[in-house]
Design a protein around this ligand. Sequence first.
Ligand SMILES: Cc1cc2nc3c(=O)[nH]c(=O)nc-3n(C[C@H](O)[C@H](O)[C@H](O)COP(=O)(O)OP(=O)(O)OC[C@H]3O[C@@H](n4cnc5c(N)ncnc54)[C@H](O)[C@@H]3O)c2cc1C
Length: 344
Amino acid sequence: MESILLLVHTETDGALAKPALEALTAALALGGELTVGLVGGAVEPAANLAAAAGARRILAVTGEPFTQPRYATDAAAAEAIARAAGAAIVLAPATARWARALPGVAYRLGGRIDTHATGLAARDGAPAVNRWFYRQRMEAVLTRTARPWLVLLDAGCFAPWSEATPQATPGTAAGSAQVEFVPVEAPQSRTTVTGVQAPKADEQTIRPDAKLLFVAGAGWTKKQPDGAVHVEEAQQLILGALRGAQASLGGSKSLVDLSGEGQAVLPFMTHLNQVGQTGSTPRHQKGLSTCCHGEEPHVVGWRFVTERRAVNLDPNCGWSRGKADVVYVADAFAVVRELNRLLG
Ligand SMILES: Cc1cc2nc3c(=O)[nH]c(=O)nc-3n(C[C@H](O)[C@H](O)[C@H](O)COP(=O)(O)OP(=O)(O)OC[C@H]3O[C@@H](n4cnc5c(N)ncnc54)[C@H](O)[C@@H]3O)c2cc1C
């Protein structure tokens, strides 16, 4: 196998987040000589972990300018590490930071980049990369002759590395990392990070690590059998289910588009929640669809959801045509009310 560089950025405490640990598993499984490149304010815990995992070289770019996610500094750090490592294959987790910076780095290095890799295997001494096309309808296996070849690995496709992972070099002690610091002049930047604005933890509805994806469709905002709409109650029921099950919230396109149409809307539902052909393709173990018709452009976003159930008043909805494992022909208001009672 060709030489591999794994690029990761560290958290504020110098540790590695889950996507980086997943990418480490993928890099080790390829079997080539591994260099780990670290970018961040503190890198020691990550360097120790990389050493324990069996990395041959550990390169790092540190310093205040490299603590913040910013194209100019991230690209400069990644380019410097890639040149110092001279690796043929450069792997990185598809975090917002690397997804933004690495295509430009590939150009600077005269290499090529592929994004959204969901699988990686060694084939004739070189990597073969799995990638889905046409909104997850077709899967391809790619190889390339151009080098360096940069590959961004999607989150949730590999088990995160831990000390117990079999690829760890036996007998390598944590805390023995020899880090080579790569000097990088921080480029001039007009971007200054002044703070982070994020929703309060209990308002967070997109939870990639949740076991359950709870999908709400436009039916929640439609006239119900009594002839009236019950958006207020729909809101309470959906939020109750999310809290009770610690589920992640998905929406159909019709529902997330309603806010633009001046109709009754669920205020916590945004386009970021949209699942489907023109939305996201989340990777939860289980999915529960409520008040959503299950049309193909929506269901294509459920490609990686393993166990699917749906609640719909209409026995002829798309879910009942082989798209769900179980369909409850029932009133979702009644079902979720009962579900929330059971969840306590
Ligand atoms: C190019 C293209 C791209 C698209 N991309 C996407 C995409 O990414 N994601 C996406 O979601 N859609 C997408 N769509 C739209 C998609 O085809 C559907 O129009 C959309 O998914 C319908 O949303 P819905 O099922 O929530 O709404 P509706 O079709 O209005 O269905 C509402 C459902 O709620 C049910 N219902 C109502 N009240 C209750 C109740 N009390 N209990 C139980 N069930 C109830 C009804 O029976 C009905 O089945 C795309 C379309 C096109 C053309």
